[in-house]
Design a binder for this molecule. Structure first.
Ligand SMILES: *Cc1c(COP(=O)(O)O)cnc(C)c1O
Length: 399
C-alpha cells in the first residue's frame, strides 16, 4: 500500500483501497499520508509534468489522465529596483486550461476514474470547473458542473466547450456545493470540488507546486507567496514542503505568505485577530473575483500551515493588485489573472512593511492566466490610437 487516509478530526486511519472522500465515522476531512515518508521525489522522470512525482501522488497505477500539467516556468524577475528582495514567479498560466487548477483536476479526475466513478461533479463559478471538465473530457468521464444562475456566460463557456453538462441553479455557490455533495452521496458521481473538506486528493496535485519550486530553484526560498480563496492551494504548498522535510530532502521550510484582496479577506482578518475564521457578512467587489470567498472552507488548515512555517498573512488593495497586474504584463510580458497577481502584490507590500527583509529570496505563485479575465485589462486601451490611412500620420504617432 502506497498511502493511507487519516481523519483530520478523529485520527482514524483508513486504507487507500477504501476509496473514501470523507471520514465515515465523523464526516470530517481526510488527509493522504504516504506509508514511507522517505521515498524519493523524482524517481519517475519518464512521466510527464506533475506525474514525475508519482511516488508522492495518490494513484495506484500509471493510468492517470494527463495533458502536461505542471512543469511550469519559474522566472527570475530580478531584484526590485528601489530595494533588494530577490523575486521569482511561478507562472501557472501555462497549464492546459490556464490555471494551476489543472494540477488538482488531473489527480482528482484520475482518482475518480481509478475508483470506478460513473462521472464527476464540480460546483464552481471559477477556474475549477473548466479544469475538471477538461480532464473529464480527456479521460472520457462524464462531467456535471453546477453554477449559480446569475453567473455571467463568459464564466461557463470554457467548461461547456469541454463537453461538460452545465447546470445553472437558482441559488448561491454554497447551495451548489451542497447539491454537489448530495449528488455524490446519491449517485456514482464523485465530488471533484477543490476544497479539501470534500476531496482529499486535490491537495495532492497542488503540492507538486512546492516540489517543482525546489527542483527549479535548487534551494529553499525564504518566502513563498500564495493567493488565498478557499485556502486549499496554500495548504497544499505547506504540505508539499513539509513532506520534503520529513523525507530528509530539505532541512527547513520556507515562510508562507498568504495574500487576499482587502475587499474580501476573512483569512487575513483571522490571522491578525483572534485566529477564528468568520464568514464575511458582506463582500465588497474586487477585481480578484476567483478568490473572493466570504468563507474559506480550508481556512483553518491554511492558518495552521502559515503558523507552522512562521509565515504571515496580508491584504492588498484594488490599486495594488492592478499595479502588479500591469507591472507583470508591461515589464515582464506575463499576463496574469488579477486573482493570481495578488501574490506578487503581497510580496511588495510585505517588503514595504518590513515583514520581508532585504536580500530575501521570494517566490510568488501566479495562479492563473489573464486571458481568463481579459476585461480586467481595459486600462490598456490607453495605448490605442486611431489615425488616418497614410504613412505620414502614422509616423507622427510612433513615439
Ligand atoms: C482557485 C484559485 C485560487 C485560490 O485557490 P484556493 O485553493 O481556493 O485558495 C487562486 N487563484 C486562482 C487563479 C484560482 O483559480
Amino acid at each position: 500500500m502506497k498511502y493511507q487516509l487519516i481523519c483530520q478530526a478523529c485520527n482514524k486511519i483508513f486504507s487507500s483501497e477504501s476509496g473514501l472522500y470523507t471520514c465515515p465515522a465523523c464526516q470530517s476531512s481526510l488527509r493522504v499520508e504516504y506509508v514511507d515518508p522517505r521515498t524519493v521525489f523524482n524517481d519517475h522522470n519518464h512521466l510527464p509534468g506533475i506525474w514525475k512525482y508519482f511516488s508522492k501522488l495518490p494513484l495506484e497505477s500509471e493510468s492517470f489522465i494527463s495533458m502536461g500539467e505542471g512543469s511550469t516556468p519559474l522566472l527570475h524577475l530580478g531584484n526590485r529596483t528601489s530595494s533588494t528582495i530577490d523575486i521569482w514567479v511561478k507562472n501557472e498560466s501555462l497549464n492546459p486550461t490556464g490555471t494551476y487548477k489543472d494540477r488538482p483536476a488531473s489527480v482528482s479526475v484520475s482518482k475518480a476514474k481509478e475508483l470506478g466513478a460513473k462521472g464527476v461533479v464540480v460546483a464552481s463559478d471559477g477556474n475549477a470547473a473548466p479544469a475538471v471538465a477538461a480532464y473529464a473530457a480527456k479521460g472520457d468521464v462524464p462531467c456535471i458542473v453546477l453554477m449559480p444562475q446569475k453567473t455571467p456566460e463568459l464564466r461557463y463557456l470554457q467548461a461547456a466547450a469541454y463537453g461538460a453538462k452545465i447546470i445553472l441553479i437558482d441559488g448561491s455557490i454554497n447551495d451548489c456545493l451542497d447539491i454537489a455533495r448530495e449528488i455524490a452521496n446519491k449517485t456514482g458521481y464523485h465530488n471533484c470540488c477543490t476544497a479539501n473538506t470534500v476531496n482529499p486528493y486535490q491537495i495532492e496535485g497542488n503540492k507538486t507546486l512546492s516540489f517543482e519550486i525546489l527542483d527549479q530553484l535548487l534551494e529553499v526560498p525564504d518566502w513563498v507567496a500564495v493567493p488565498v480563496g478557499g485556502g486549499g492551494v496554500l495548504s497544499a504548498v505547506g504540505k508539499g514542503f513539509q513532506e520534503m522535510k520529513k523525507s530528509g530532502r530539505i532541512e527547513r521550510i520556507p515562510r508562507i505568505l498568504a495574500v487576499q484582496a482587502q475587499n474580501c479577506a476573512p483569512l487575513v482578518a483571522a490571522f491578525s485577530g483572534d485566529g477564528v475564521i468568520r464568514k464575511l457578512e458582506q463582500v465588497q467587489d474586487t477585481i480578484a473575483i476567483t478568490i473572493a470567498l466570504p468563507y474559506p472552507p480550508d481556512g483553518e488548515m491554511a492558518l495552521d500551515y502559515i503558523k507552522q512555517s512562521n509565515g504571515h498573512a496580508i491584504a492588498v488593495t484594488e490599486e495594488e493588485i492592478m499595479s502588479s497586474v500591469f507591472h507583470l504584463s508591461g515589464k515582464h510580458g506575463i499576463l496574469s489573472e488579477p486573482s493570481g497577481a495578488v501574490s506578487f502584490s503581497g510580496l511588495m507590500k510585505a517588503h514595504d512593511q518590513g515583514i520581508i527583509q532585504y536580500g530575501e529570496k521570494c517566490v510568488a505563485i501566479l495562479t492563473g492566466s489573464g486571458l481568463k479575465t481579459i476585461e480586467a485589462f481595459k486600462k490598456g486601451l490607453e495605448n490605442v490610437i486611431s489615425v488616418p490611412n497614410d504613412i505620414e500620420s502614422v509616423l507622427t504617432k510612433l513615439n
